[in-house]
Design a protein around this ligand. Sequence first.
Ligand code: ADP
Length: 244
Amino acid sequence: MQDSCCCDKHTPIIECVDATLGYDNQTVLSGLNFQIFPGDYVSIVGENGSGKSTLMKTMLGLIRPLRGEIKINCAKGSGCIGYLPQMSEMQRDFPATVREVIMTGLLNRKGWLPFFSRKEKQQAAHVMERLRITDLAGRSYRELSGGQQQRVLLARSLLAAHEILMLDEPITGLDPAAAAELYETLRSLNREDGMTIIMVTHDVGSAVVNSSKILHVSGESIFFGTTAKYMASEESKLFFPPDE
Ligand code: ADP
């Protein structure tokens, strides 16, 4: 977020070519082909166990495709990706101030240098301002509401990397007002800052309202395309059954 994106918007930032994903000898997804461009907002939907997390882990470089490849066309590879995992109970109870939690987003970049530079502190301040949490900076993280905590973790991810933001079920545990606010923030990061957003979600209704593209995975049936084309597809009937 703090520097401009290093990527050309006409070149796919993530490219999946004939990929088969899974574990050891268990294939989870096969025949996967898609291209994600800078500025896309992609929601990954599908039933439980269909392979959404496996796909996310592969894009993050945590596991390798069994066949084919997923290319990250960005100078820092998967280091271009800010990742917001599902919030765990341990994360909710983290004993640190908001500023400290956000600054941990820089740890991977720093190596063993013990202090944060002035530039890094300015970057953190900019991200906090962008997410409207500057007034929370000195507060204890564990005392915040779920929605505020999610906003802080989002700021942390943005500080870690600013080309692509990947989120795994980000509204889990949030009340409807906090969820709506998070969606609004993501829309604004996407439209105003040009961030590429890739989100695994169960909330298919909101996905089709907010995203520009849908990746639907379900056994043999995979759909990738614009939201409008998705709504006209066979695959969407799983979540939006036609009227009898
Ligand atoms: P989703 O995120 O859509 O619910 P997952 O990607 O978590 O689906 O799981 C897809 C399949 O991969 C499931 O059958 C699951 O049991 C299997 N799976 C998930 N993680 C592992 C793992 N670490 N080792 C082996 N199999 C796994």
